[in-house]
Design a protein. Structure first.
Length: 245
């Protein structure tokens, strides 16, 4: 009985040491992965990297990790407009089946899904915020974007008719979709500017707009989008997503 008791104590101690070693190793790996991702994506701040699954050391021995979560607070994505950028807030991505090279210089996820937010003030930069003529004597421009409820964006437009600014801006509810890597905003109806009859195409030249978003981390792509209180919420997905190297 004494020998069995000693054996059990040794097993418990060794098990505890293994757990400690495993957690130390995973913390070190998370820091290294975060630094490499910062360098690879040219980020201004170090991202959050969390390696899931236990034990980590056994996953490493197998050459792949089951699940890695990545969080980036502010990501400057290419806007597709002559080098312009658009800020993506709170980008969170879940990387599945991550395989890495022997020297850990590169890592690729079999698949990835994630979420992020584009603030309305960022999306507003795409809309026609400068007064544009829509009919003789009539100019209009978008002055605000906000949550319209039920997945719609409220587009607020200011108009000037014959040199006189209308006393109140007009607004229209718009649908937002993702098409070919673009966030597209299209008015469900057409606003009226002081009772002036204006061709639909001229009005939509103001109310409707699109924003190309390129160069998301690791090559992930836009998948879906929906209006929310603080901006448009996007979902992203990808396959063979490069984390480093």
């Amino acid at each position: 009985m004494r020998a069995l008791r000693i054996l059990l104590i040794v097993v418990v101690i060794l098990g505890g040491l293994f757990v400690i070693a495993d957690r130390v190793a995973v913390n070190f790996a998370e820091d290294e992965a975060a630094d490499r991702l910062k360098t690879t994506e040219n980020l201004s701040a170090t991202p959050d990297v969390s390696i899931k699954g236990f034990p980590f050391l056994i996953q490493v021995a197998g050459g792949s990790l089951d699940d890695i979560e990545v969080g980036i607070q502010d990501y400057e994505a290419a806007a597709g407009n002559g080098g312009q950028k658009i800020r993506i807030d709170d980008l969170k991505a879940d990387m599945q089946g991550v395989e890495f090279s022997g020297d850990y210089s590169s890592a690729t996820a079999t698949s990835a899904t994630g979420t992020a937010t584009i603030a309305y003030d960022e999306l507003l930069k795409t809309a026609k915020s400068e007064p544009t003529q829509v009919a003789p004597g009539v100019t209009a421009n978008v002055v605000g974007l906000s949550d319209g409820g039920n997945g719609k964006i409220k587009v607020t437009v200011e108009a000037t008719v014959l040199g006189t600014k209308l006393p109140e801006p007009v607004s229209v509810l718009s649908s937002v979709t993702v098409v070919d890597g673009e966030v597209r905003v299209k008015a469900d109806g057409l606003p009226k500017f002081g009772g002036v009859d204006i061709a639909e195409s001229r009005v939509r030249a103001i109310t409707d707009f699109q924003q190309k978003i390129d160069g998301l981390p690791g090559g992930i792509q836009l998948d879906n989008v929906q209006a929310a209180p603080n901006g448009v919420e996007i979902t992203v997905k990808g396959s063979n997503v490069r984390l480093a190297g």
